[in-house]
Design a protein around this ligand. Structure first.
Ligand code: ADP
Ligand code: NI
Length: 218
């Protein structure tokens, strides 16, 4: 099977797994990440099958979306074997999808990613910021019944993964300070950094406007 055919099969597999998601990780998120990963992959000259394959699969076995991520990782590996990827290619894709998430980067020793992995990570992070990122944060907050804003609750400075996932004292606006506004400086590739700066500016404008309205200043 040639690599275009393999990528098409991976796309179909990802679609089946993600189409029912209602937490803001729906297939449209996956398609935007793939589109950005294609653009960054062309600039960084990373392997297409690895980069695009990992982009399609990056949320399929996410521990906040599925009850048994390990079982799904086994299923993904079997599927990749079926469509004739080599052991090496499978290992590389699985390493990327297993290690790219923001919550992983909160750990003491954040995993190191290959350039292809960095491209997918940047693409995923770019989709969490700017106008789309704002929309996704509000959507996620709605799904999880988060408070919109409460000036008496301060953003958490240092969090581990469990704290990050604990939404008891979380607000949608605090999520911007706890994560979204940190992503620009965490971008790996120069193009992603440039796009992130633009999107970050827009988030600052949104937050200023939001707080002014909250205080009835405008
Ligand atoms: P990752 O999959 O990289 O670990 P997350 O699961 O943290 O990323 O985030 C997935 C999406 O949900 C992002 O768009 C993110 O901004 C949003 N999100 C995550 N946690 C919150 C939260 N507490 N409030 C609002 N949005 C959130
Ligand atoms: Ni994602």
């Amino acid at each position: 099977m040639n690599s275009d055919k393999q990528i098409e099969k991976i796309r179909q597999f990802s679609y089946k797994k993600m189409v029912t998601d209602r937490t803001g990780h729906n297939f449209d998120h996956i398609e935007r990440v793939v589109k950005m990963a294609t653009r960054l992959s062309n600039e960084e000259h990373t392997d297409k099958l690895i980069t695009i394959g990992a982009a399609y699969l990056h949320d399929v076995a996410d521990d906040k979306l599925v009850a048994d991520p390990t079982a799904l990782e086994v299923e993904i590996k079997d599927f990749l074997k079926q469509i004739e990827l080599s052991e090496e290619q499978i290992t590389e894709i699985m390493y990327i999808t297993h290690n790219l998430s923001f919550s992983k980067s909160l750990s003491k020793n954040p995993p190191e990613l290959s350039l292809a992995g960095q491209v997918v990570q940047d693409s995923d992070r770019l989709d969490a910021i700017g106008a789309i990122g704002i929309t996704r944060a509000i959507y996620y907050g709605g799904v999880n019944a988060e408070t919109i804003y409460d000036p008496s609750i301060k953003p958490r400075e240092k969090m581990n993964k469990t704290e990050y996932r604990n939404l008891d004292n979380e607000t949608i606006i605090n999520h911007f300070y706890e994560k979204l506004l940190k992503l620009t400086s965490m971008m790996n590739t120069p193009t992603a950094k440039r796009i992130a700066l633009h999107r970050q500016q827009f988030m600052y404008e949104f937050l200023n406007e939001f707080k002014s309205e909250w205080l009835s200043e405008i």
